[in-house]
Design a protein around this ligand. Structure first.
Ligand SMILES: Cc1cc2nc3c(=O)[nH]c(=O)nc-3n(C[C@H](O)[C@H](O)[C@H](O)COP(=O)(O)OP(=O)(O)OC[C@H]3O[C@@H](n4cnc5c(N)ncnc54)[C@H](O)[C@@H]3O)c2cc1C
Ligand code: FES
Length: 289
């Protein structure tokens, strides 16, 4: 098993790695459908070690009214080329301005922030993404693959356009798709997909990122089968470094900042995310025998 150097060096304490503020050059801004676009950014210096699930805070210079940095997951990293990519969906002022950024411009980013996914040596893991929540899962899938673990990937959205970068996921691993309108893959929600309904018990760990309702459904199904599930929260953030407390979430250990203690949490530690044991057996994906 090939364990990336940074795991040997930092283990699970990667959030203790020094954060940097850098101007990165935009090498490419590529639309990938459904208001999603990919920014390929290059650093003149070596990239700091990053864990899948960590994020960066991007300054939106061209829109003075967007005075707070915007958080985005690290989508992929190439340490040799000193490049990283972000997968962004234009949904408001800041992301719309970023969608118009062109090659050669510079973006000021603070990174790497937060605590990423914990990496497992278990061979059978399932990655479940919804919409542009798939963003951190590419870096996770790439890293797991480097470690010799080929994950199973399941992605979902309302329609085909909500499933960006499918080809990139398919290059790494078996990738299944569910769309609510049935325009791609199986019709329905990710939790209604055949893989989820019939094979969930095979997996030793589940990682998920996407809309909160989707993540809760995924986490509860995993919990019912006693499979650890890590969820990546996208609470609205301001500072991104634990100073303003605007991103807190309730956990079994009290309030935690999503930007520094997360964004990735074990779903069993989050208040309001657990299954009601009494009704668990009525969930369609739980075997009752
Ligand atoms: C840790 C983390 C990682 C993220 N990773 C990605 C990513 O990889 N790709 C990506 O496209 N987006 C990601 N997001 C969400 C992204 O930060 C927001 O979409 C972005 O900040 C919106 O900025 P805006 O100025 O365009 O929208 P605004 O004009 O500020 O808001 C437009 C609308 O979006 C809503 N909104 C704002 N922030 C969020 C949020 N965090 N979650 C849900 N709705 C929000 C607002 O309530 C409003 O309705 C991430 C968020 C977090 C916290
Ligand atoms: S965003 Fe300020 S504390 Fe998390």
């Amino acid at each position: 098993m090939n364990i990336p150097n940074w795991i040997c060096l930092y283990g699970n304490k990667l959030n203790s790695v020094k954060k940097v503020i850098r101007d990165l050059e935009v090498i490419e801004n590529k639309p990938v459908g459904g208001n999603n676009f990919i920014l390929l950014l290059k650093s003149t210096e070596n990239l700091p070690p990053m864990r899948p699930g960590q994020f960066c805070q991007v300054k939106v210079d061209k829109a003075p009214e967007v005075y707070l940095r915007r958080p985005f997951s690290i989508h992929s990293v190439d340490y040799k080329a000193k490049t990283l990519t972000l997968l962004i969906k234009a949904i408001g002022k800041g992301t719309t301005v970023l969608s118009g950024i062109t090659q050669g411009e510079r973006l000021n980013i603070v990174y790497p922030l937060g605590n990423g996914f914990s990496l497992t040596m278990e061979p059978n893991v399932l990655l479940v993404g919804g919409g542009c929540g798939v963003a951190p899962l590419l870096f996770l899938a790439q890293t797991l693959k480097e470690m010799g673990i080929i994950p199973t990937i399941l992605v979902g959205g309302k329609t085909t356009e909500d499933i960006p970068r499918l080809e990139a996921y398919r290059k790494i691993a078996e990738t299944h798709v569910a769309t609510e309108d049935g325009s791609l893959g199986e019709k329905g929600l990710v939790t209604q997909h055949t893989v989820f309904k019939t094979r969930l018990a095979e997996f030793k760990r589940v990682y998920t990122c996407g809309p909160e309702a989707m993540m809760k459904a995924v986490a509860q199904a995993a919990e019912a089968l006693e499979i650890p599930c890590e969820v990546s929260l996208e609470n609205t953030m301001a500072c991104g470094i634990g100073a303003c407390l605007c991103c807190v979430t309730e956990t079994k250990e009290g309030h935690k900042c999503v930007c520094t203690d997360g964004p990735v949490f074990d779903s069993r530690n989050l208040n309001g995310w657990n299954i009601d044991k009494a009704s668990a057996c009525s969930l369609p994906y739980i075997k009752t025998e």
